[in-house]
Design a binder for this molecule. Structure first.
Ligand SMILES: [Zn+2]
Length: 209
């Protein structure tokens, strides 16, 4: 299922998220909005938000998200906390790379531990007579599924993505990360509609003052 298919399949879901990352792990980092400000906006406030994000990002199937919506309680709260921890660990790595600093080992270790748990929640199964092997979740509905799915997305970003193309938005008051997939590799803004236009106006004003 592609990301756009997943998003179009869930038109009724609350969708306050920023999808300019171009990779679900970067979209996850961007779920803490307005990072440079004193009071950033937490888009993953509860388990329902996490399910919405994971479903809309194409990380878990709509049917699984539907089953998991009946879950709740302290165990789900802990799952949300672990996802936010993962997110901030990835953010620390991206920020270090962006600033030209050595990548810190602690967040890498913490992410690796969650990735190991995520792989342990997966199983191989043979389908039908063709013997095709597929990888899927061991349990059809585990409250940790969105956490594991986020961990696997981060693993994919760290191991497979072209890190040279991961950028932070060029606006001074925006810390949205994205993969630059533009042909010329010169994308500067998380979105032209917001930061791009705002920065252009700001530069134009300061040039004409
Ligand atoms: Zn921006």
């Amino acid at each position: 299922m592609t990301v756009s298919q997943a998003r179009s399949r869930a038109p009724g879901r609350s969708n306050p998220f920023d999808w300019s990352g171009g990779h679900p792990a970067l979209d996850l980092v961007n779920t803490l909005d307005e990072r440079p400000f004193d009071t950033p906006i937490e888009m993953l406030a509860g388990y329902g938000d996490l399910l919405n994000f994971a479903e809309l990002a194409g990380l878990i199937e709509a049917s699984a998200a539907k089953r998991l919506r009946s879950f709740g309680g302290p165990a789900c709260t802990r799952v949300v906390r672990r996802v936010r921890d993962l997110r901030e660990q990835l953010y620390a790595i991206l920020a270090a790379i962006h600033d030209g600093l050595p990548v810190p080992q602690n967040p890498l270790d913490a992410i690796a531990a969650e990735v190991r748990r995520a792989h342990a929640a997966r199983a191989f199964t043979a389908t039908g007579r063709s013997g095709a092997i597929v990888s899927g979740w061991r349990l059809p509905a585990s409250q940790e599924m969105p956490l594991h799915a986020c961990a696997l997305a981060i693993e994919d970003l760290l191991l497979s993505a072209d890190h040279g193309r991961i950028r932070k938005c060029g606006a001074a008051d925006c810390e949205v990360y994205f993969i630059d997939t533009s042909k010329a590799h010169r994308r500067q803004w998380c979105s032209m509609k917001n930061c791009g236009n705002r920065e252009k106006q700001r530069r134009w004003r300061s040039a004409t003052e």
